[in-house]
Design a protein around this ligand. Structure first.
Ligand code: PRE
Length: 154
């Protein structure tokens, strides 16, 4: 495993958000879904326990990813495409987000085993992975710091 694997997985998760936004718009659903967020956090806690990862740092990372996910969705222009079935799209995407979350935590557990830490200088490399997502700097920084903290946590 390498830090770039986890950079890629974080970017991949965010890549789904424009489609999630379209599905919700078609369904007339708000961006924020606290019931789903609770499910995501519960899955992450279970995986953290199984992988021996620090639970608080894992929860903080997932909360950071969901915060940025919501910001991306809110920036997405509202397009009404009558061909999209919002319910089906969401039912399709959510398991993929869960799978990506599991992969992220698996990769982070591997990095911790190897004693890998993220140096501040790697923020630039992280940004090359995030480039297609067009994130404001504070959102990219929040994600990077959450990864740094998780890797450095006792
Ligand atoms: O599943 C959704 O509905 C999403 O919008 C994705 C997501 C997430 O990042 O996992 C983001 C915001 C919601 O509040 C819940 C979950």
């Amino acid at each position: 495993c390498s830090s770039e694997d986890v950079f890629d997985l974080v970017s991949q998760r965010l890549a789904y958000m424009p489609a999630v936004a379209n599905a919700k718009y078609a369904l007339g659903m708000p961006v924020e879904d606290l019931t789903r967020e609770a499910v995501v956090l519960e899955q992450s806690r279970d995986k953290a326990a199984a992988a021996g990862l620090p639970e608080t740092a894992v929860v903080d990372l997932m909360m950071a990813q969901m915060k940025v996910a919501k910001a991306i969705q809110r920036r997405e222009p509202e397009r009404l495409e009558d061909t999209i079935d919002g319910r089906e799209l969401l039912a399709d995407i959510r398991p993929q987000l869960s799978a990506l979350g599991r992969l992220q935590l698996q990769t982070l557990a591997c990095l911790r085993h190897q004693g890998v830490l993220l140096l501040p200088a790697e923020f630039a490399l992280f940004n090359t992975y995030l480039e297609p997502r067009q994130l404001p700097r504070d959102e990219a920084q929040l994600l990077f710091m959450s990864l740094q903290v998780l890797l450095a946590a006792p």
